[in-house]
Design a protein around this ligand. Sequence first.
Ligand code: MN
Length: 292
Amino acid sequence: MTPKLKAYRAKREFSKTPEPVGGLVAGEGNRFVVHKHHATSDHYDLRLQVGGVLKSWAVPRGPSLNPADKRLAVETEDHPLEYIDFEGVIPEGEYGGGPMIVWDTGVWAPMDDVEKSLRTGSFKFRLAGEKLNGGWMLTRLKAKPGDDEKKNWLLFKERDLAADTALDILAERPESVKSGRRIEELVEAPKPVPKPAKPVVLKPGALPGAVKAPVPARIEPQLATTVAKPPDGVDTREEWLHEIKFDGYRTMAHLAEGEVRLITRAGLDWTRRYGDLPHAFARLPCREAVID
Ligand code: MN
């Protein structure tokens, strides 16, 4: 286990967050990721694979393809390599709680020795991603008096063919390169609280034309009539709706005094073949019914 992940792990409760514990994957490589992260404040996280971990910077306003835009990038704790593919929702109340998408990913290359660049605070590199490409620069800001840590950098695009002074890449390409989803789509709409169902009191005897009579042993189901052409309703001034006919089994449920029988159109008793369905009918608040 690399000691570089101590800060990362200390901030997180892995029984509560879907983020990776990390440390299982190690090794060489030069991948990068830019996460879009809606936490307490919305920001982007630039992460470069360096020495078995992901060096990370939080970029509040996100990267810009315009070399004139210098964006604040705050150095954050090293993240495990597994984090490169992380996309999901960190639960509310946890560190960094909120949704996160893989906004861009690819490979990167330093233009000079990485250790030296990080030490001197002048870090030139190239990106080959789906949205970000070409030369980039991270330059460390001088610590303000009283600040003992030098964590603030500026991120900006170098002048080259991948620079673009007109295109707002953040607005133009908001989606995840991993799933195609926008960050807003990761947050599920809060589920409406179901209202307690009022017990329905059925009074079939109150229906117009109702006649008191014993339950018939069998009711012929109403059937459709085959025609060559769907009616347009022009002649009859009727309005028609058309729907797809789904295939299935026509069944009549006969309820009588807590007994349920499921009878097919051909008159076969299929009660046993329907598994749990008879129990669902048995719970209906009525003594007798035939349901098509
Ligand atoms: Mn973040």
